[in-house]
Write a protein that binds this ligand. Structure first.
Ligand code: CA
Length: 215
């Protein structure tokens, strides 16, 4: 498990790193919004995010990440006088928070709870294909499928719903995420590329209507 730690207090950052390493977590340490963005990637399992950072605030960063579809759990580290920010933080898509100074054992149990919850909620397996909704990745028997974001979104929609998905519903789902216009013809192209990657027999065309996932 890999944790992205964003905290500008260097003493606290080092203490947390030591504690987390001792518990078996890998830690990526950063101390600013800018470096947090640079270090962010899909290998991260949890983000510990300080609210007051030298180049901005953690709440805004959280909101930005969530608006981009990022679903990795975020645990805010807040100072006592930042209680108002806690509300903003949870509204912005944060999952939990601890107030400094916190007890290390409490922190660890919050971390474990978030990681457990996340694992249960964010993966679906169907027809041997596993979707990790937090990381926007698909894999088959542990091997990652190399999908574009659009292909992933189509796959997720088809796998999550057992019924027929109309072309209009698919276009709408893609529109929401990419805010980039995908027309009917482009959709067909994406679906046929996806078929090549996941096996054509799984995606049935319902002529004049849409598509359906077949196990
Ligand atoms: Ca701070």
């Amino acid at each position: 498990m890999k944790i992205l730690l964003v905290e500008d207090d260097s003493a606290l950052r080092s203490a947390l790193e030591e504690l987390l390493n001792r518990e078996g977590y890998d830690v990526v340490k950063t101390s600013s919004i800018r470096s947090a963005k640079a270090e962010m990637n899909s290998d991260i399992d949890l983000i510990m995010l300080d609210v007051g950072l030298p180049d901005g605030d953690g709440v805004s960063l959280c909101r930005q990440w969530r608006s981009e579809g990022m679903q990795i759990p975020i645990l805010f580290l807040t100072a006592k006088d930042e209680e108002l920010d806690v509300v903003r933080g949870l509204d912005a898509g944060g999952n939990d928070y601890v107030t400094k100074p916190f007890r290390m054992q409490e922190l660890l149990s919050r971390i474990r709870a978030l990681l457990r919850r996340n694992q249960k909620e964010t993966t679906i397996t169907r027809s041997g294909i596993t979707l990790d909704k937090a990381k926007l990745q698909a894999s088959r028997e542990g091997e990652a499928l190399q999908l574009t974001v659009t292909e992933y979104k189509i796959l997720a929609k088809l796998i999550s719903e057992r019924s027929i998905i109309t072309r209009a519903a698919l276009l709408e789902a893609l529109w929401d995420v990419d805010s980039r216009f995908i027309d009917d013809n482009t959709l067909s192209v994406h679906v046929s590329r996806l078929r090549e990657k996941v096996g054509g027999s799984h995606i049935k065309t319902i002529r004049g209507v849409g598509y359906q996932w077949v196990d």
